[in-house]
Write a protein that binds this ligand. Sequence first.
Ligand code: KG4
Ligand code: ZN
Length: 346
Amino acid sequence: MIILAIETSCDETAVALLEINRGYFKVLANLVASQINIHKKYGGVVPEVAARKHLENMLPILDKALKQAKVTPKQIDAIAVVYGPGLITSLIVGVEAAKTLAMVWDKPLIPVNHVKAHILANYLKGEQGKLEDIKYPALCLVVSGGHTSLVLLNDPNDLKTIGSTRDDAVGEAFDKAAKIMGLGYPGGPIISKHAENADKEDYKLPRPMIHSKDFDFSFSGLKTAVKYEWEKERFKDEKNIRKMCAAFQQACIDVLIAKTLSAAKHYNVKAILLGGGVSANRELRLQLAAKVKDELPKVIFSQPDLHLTTDNALMVAVAAFFETQGGLAKFRDNWKNVKVDPNLEV
Ligand code: KG4
Ligand code: ZN
């Protein structure tokens, strides 16, 4: 089965072609046209600009992906597209492109939830090989610019959110903390770079909701604490920037790990997964892996390959593959039916 997948939920125009046969996969193409350099100037994604860029990028990137994969439209079995959650103006471009292709080429169209795609990216390790054997029930910590949640999975299509952020997403907090210190956009990679080998104990920051009995998060107070501490700081030099980045990053990681471990114990899961843009964070990956090994040695820990942590279309293709386990028939006329849903939930 060959799936062509499209993702335009935020500021990356992404197209991928994935082949899956009897539990084995091969990446035929995985392209991302990033708009980071455009949005950098504004310190965040400007929806109107993002949508226009998606429109400009869509046909060239589709063409390039098909050429790279050496696949003709005839060989494609299904088209997959993210229909939510995300920015409505961005989602529309991908969904309309996918619907048009599905109609013209007469293909089934599989609508995919963006958050679910981040989670199921864990099935793909490397460029080809066997799909990962994920044990269920599994718990996924989803951390991105738009989401921070704990999702319980009984199988790839049975997902339930058991906790989520009550205000800012953790990626958003990284982006805002970086902005407070004047470090640029997106904040996640910049903060993690500055935090390397820096003293994380010097600034004292809160760990919001770390002891609450539920599995929810809150990051807006932490961001505000960074703001107050930074305003008080007389010496805003490189050394202090590095210390603040390290303190902030560790505060986020402490809360994320504590909540994930307590949910994993509560639901007695067999696997803990990580997903979303913030799962590119090296310290989070290392510390969560170490903590699982230490406290839950029987639980398997999985994190997505680095290039599949931030938005991409390959994760959309693999999620679509699992959607089609009951056959392709019900997706046949979907080019008429699929609608964007910016607030789609898991
Ligand atoms: O999943 P993603 O590409 O888009 C959304 O679905 O939101 O996530 C983007 C987010 C941004 O907030 C970015 O700052 C964050 O992921 N991010 C990181 C790192 N790399 C990207 N956060 C922390 N550490 C990183 N290394
Ligand atoms: Zn994402």
